[in-house]
Ligand binder design. Structure first.
Ligand code: ADP
Ligand code: MG
Length: 168
């Protein structure tokens, strides 16, 4: 499918093994998030792009309406991300999942927050790993590929896309 792809969804509980076992947390969004761009059939594998994360809204009933009237600043809420779509063979998953590692250090979890994704490219297919070390090694390489790719003007420009900071 043509890039950029737009995906969107709420962060849900995953299997609780991303950050604990690997040291690389992944925000899971339901597979239905894929329907936003009509991408139900998108190929399994590793992708890179930008993520817009909705600000926490624990500060009163008016905060939600206020934030959708004036989008958050991209400077604060848009981050590089590396995303996996697939069955995660290493863990023998039985359902397809979308998992997003945001390349930023957050002070707290953000379950329930909305995540908008602009997917700009495909990095590689999924592999079946013989060891956890091999998996982590590849994820670190994916993060490096993402960092370098997003620095290029043709990809960097999408950081300012309004879609990323426009939440339902
Ligand atoms: P789960 O199995 O529930 O997905 P993980 O161990 O994969 O748990 O951790 C993911 C959670 O960690 C996310 O849902 C989010 O709330 C939090 N988190 C904190 N920092 C990040 C980050 N940089 N990227 C993705 N998720 C993060
Ligand atoms: Mg996860």
């Amino acid at each position: 499918p043509p890039f950029p792809l737009k995906l969107s969804g709420k962060v849900i509980k995953g299997f609780g093994r991303g950050s604990k076992e690997l040291g690389i947390p992944t925000a899971n969004i339901p597979l239905s998030g894929l329907s936003v761009g009509g991408q139900e059939g998108m190929e399994s594998g590793i992708y890179f792009g930008w993520a817009g994360l909705e600000a926490p809204r624990a500060d009163g009933p008016d905060s939600r309406e206020a934030s959708s009237r004036s989008p958050a600043s991209a400077d604060e809420r848009v981050y590089p991300m590396v995303m996996s779509v697939g069955w995660n063979p290493y863990y023998k998953n039985t359902v397809r999942s979308v998992e997003v590692h945001i390349m930023h250090s957050f002070p707290t979890d953000f379950y329930g927050s909305h995540l908008n994704l602009l997917v700009l490219g495909f990095i590689r297919p999924e592999y079946d790993y013989v060891s956890k070390e091999a998996l982590v090694e590849d994820i670190k390489e994916d993060i490096e590929v993402t960092r370098r790719s997003l620095a290029r003007p043709a990809y960097a420009k999408y950081r300012d896309d309004e879609y990323l900071v426009t939440f339902p």
